[in-house]
Ligand binder design. Structure first.
Ligand code: SF4
Length: 473
């Protein structure tokens, strides 16, 4: 029912220099800032004296954790995770972090992404007698690291990540270190921050290091953004030291372009591109590519708003707030039954009638996936008195599924798959419809030969080969 692609997860890790201080409260606030990346489950694992303690549960961060629970999580290093399921169903068994306790120690893994060879690796591990408790592909990673641990931390990590394929941003907690790793194409984001014990929440935590899916969560805990973890990079954070290794051959950088279109928060910076700026530029380019005579441009909140501002700037169309989004029905996709989900979708947006009445309106959205939201928005804008509604979309048509950590409907449910723009416009009831071009999207992301992006769900060309089984989806 939900008419957006969904990011799979957010990861957040903290390593404090002072072993007597607790990292869990900072992870809690970091996960709150990453809540948009997953709302099905949340978890925090902490390390103290080589032992890992963990709490995880279904629901939002505020539903899983309260001050009493956080108070029980003692330890100066921790990793946390928020999840929306792609591989593996939405159950407590699949909630993360995954923890493994074995003879040589214990580890906790928080993973954002999807492994494309998880089935093969799982079978190999099962053949060697290793059992699994969940269906999530992320459990493969924790079991592989545990199996390799006798080789030493660094070798165990590099051997593991050389074996797995697909997309991953990892925050791994061991008795010795907090570890971050990003897949060789850098599909999912991961960045590094420094706590200096001076600002905001970090004043209670002292000095330390942060790993986070997005920089907005580093800001949220009062830490300083240092840099992105590079594609194919492994960082090992120990007391007062951050060591970096490159574990893969140089591969084509293929950062998920949809992170900028929709998933990431606008106040994040991913691989030097600020998300808000890229959305505003996409709107400017859309205005250049497909301007239409209109009295007002409005954006579908929240991610359509910067692009609507950009579109208005290029075309000279006045920008206004025509649609209001209810903040409290965001979890439509996990409402318990179809009837309730449909009602939740229908109360999600409302129109400011005085703003749109008798006007030719340009409606800017970040993407069109199933088309249900666009169709409903055209209807309610026209019911509110808009004379014309022209849809402008700041991503190209979504025609193919994602295999790298994003929940995509089946190919047949993607409304742009096999439909012409004219047919789609008629089916949405709009007066005109235009999408940004692939070239326009790349321009908004300041793409270069070195700074390239995954465009798989738009073009069907993926940075990593996907198997025939996966492709038939
Ligand atoms: S296929 Fe689309 S959603 Fe998936 S990683 Fe590539 S750009 Fe992102």
């Amino acid at each position: 029912m939900d008419d957006k692609l969904h990011d799979a997860c957010g990861v957040f890790g903290v390593y404090l220099d002072d072993p007597e201080r607790d990292a869990a409260p900072l992870v809690y606030y970091g996960l709150l800032a990453l809540q948009h990346r997953g709302q099905e489950s949340a978890g925090i694992a902490v390390m103290k004296n080589l032992n890992i303690d963990m709490r995880k549960g279904m629901g939002l961060v505020t539903e899983v954790f309260n001050p009493e629970v956080l108070d029980q999580l003692k330890g100066s290093a921790a990793v946390g995770h928020v999840r929306y399921s792609t591989a593996g169903s939405s159950t407590i068994e699949n909630a993360q972090p995954f923890v493994s306790r074995f003879k040589l120690g214990s580890i906790a893994v928080a993973h954002n992404g999807t492994l494309t060879n998880a089935d093969v690796v799982r079978e190999l591990l099962e053949d060697s007698g290793i059992g699994f408790t969940a269906s999530s592909d992320s459990e493969v990673i924790v079991n592989l690291i545990a199996k390799n641990y006798r080789k030493g931390l660094e070798k165990a990590l590099t051997d593991t990540i050389k074996f797995i394929k697909g997309s991953y941003a990892l925050a791994v907690l061991t008795g010795e270190a907090l570890v971050g790793a990003r897949d060789p194409n850098g599909i999912r984001p991961l960045c590094l921050g420094r706590l200096s014990g001076k600002a905001g929440l970090s004043s209670e935590a002292g000095d330390g290091w942060i790993l986070s899916s997005e920089s907005c969560a580093i800001d949220a805990v009062g830490a300083e953004f240092i840099r992105n973890i590079e594609p194919g990079e492994l960082v090992i954070i120990t007391h007062n030291e951050v060591t970096s290794f490159t574990f893969s051959e140089k591969t084509r950088r293929a950062v998920c372009s949809f992170e900028y279109v929709y998933f990431a928060r606008p106040d994040s910076i991913i691989d030097t591109i600020d998300v808000y700026g890229s959305r505003r530029r996409a709107g400017e380019i859309l205005g250049r590519e497909s301007a239409v005579a209109a009295d007002l441009v409005i954006g579908v909140p929240d991610s359509g708003l910067p692009a609507a501002i950009g579109y208005g700037k290029t075309t000279g169309t006045p920008f206004g707030l025509g649609i209001v989004k209810s903040r409290y029905v965001a979890r439509t996709f996990i409402a318990p039954d179809q009837g309730k989900r449909e009602k939740a979708v229908s109360v999600k947006h409302n129109v400011i009638k005085s703003e749109v009445r008798d006007k030719r309106v340009v409606l800017v959205d970040d993407s069109i996936v199933r088309g249900t939201t666009s169709r409903r928005l055209v209807t309610i804008l026209k019911d509110a008195g808009a004379r014309e509604v022209h849809i402008r979309v700041c991503s190209p048509p979504v025609r193919c599924p994602c295999y790298f950590g994003i929940d995509t409907p089946h190919r047949k449910d993607l409304i742009s798959n096999g439909t012409s723009i004219g047919e789609l416009c008629a089916s949405l009831g709009a007066d005109s419809l235009a999408f940004i071009s692939v070239e326009g999207l790349l321009e908004s992301l300041e793409a270069t030969a070195e700074k390239s992006y995954c465009l798989g769900c738009f073009t069907g060309e993926y940075p990593i080969p996907v198997s025939g089984d996966q492709e038939r989806r």
